[in-house]
Design a protein around this ligand. Sequence first.
Ligand code: ZN
Length: 168
Amino acid sequence: MGESNKLKIPKIKKGTVIDHIDAGYALSIMDIIGLGETQNLMTIGVNIESKKYGKKDIIKVENVFLTETQIQQISIITPNVSISLIEDFNVIEKLRLKLPKMIKKLIKCPNSTCISNSEKEPIGSEFNVLNEKPLKIQCIYCDRILNLDELVFIEKKREKRIKQRIQL
Ligand SMILES: [Zn+2]
């Protein structure tokens, strides 16, 4: 492959690189973790050819470092992502994400009668991960099973639903 065929995504001086995102999920991630509202420079690559992983997406965003909750949300949407923290164009830390076996207080159970939705006795939602790909999780309180497209993330401000995977 000639140099001219290689996709060049500019390096960032300081910020975060989210790499090895499952192809087509970059926009879902942006939306769920709220990057869609950032004023910072952001580069998104979708369906990038990768020798190791087939196709993948990548997000680079300047001057933004992710919170623990954002990192957990990403690991649910697309496990096996790597997150690099950049300072002065150098990687100062690299995190390899893994989907946890239990997902606590991040996802809303769609069953309105589930005890995790009770207003009288607030109790955090809790899901067991049954399968990673395709994602299947089960509420430990009411046994409801959800797949990736049905997830609703709990947010302080508002609830966020996974957008349809983009098809190019
Ligand atoms: Zn439930």
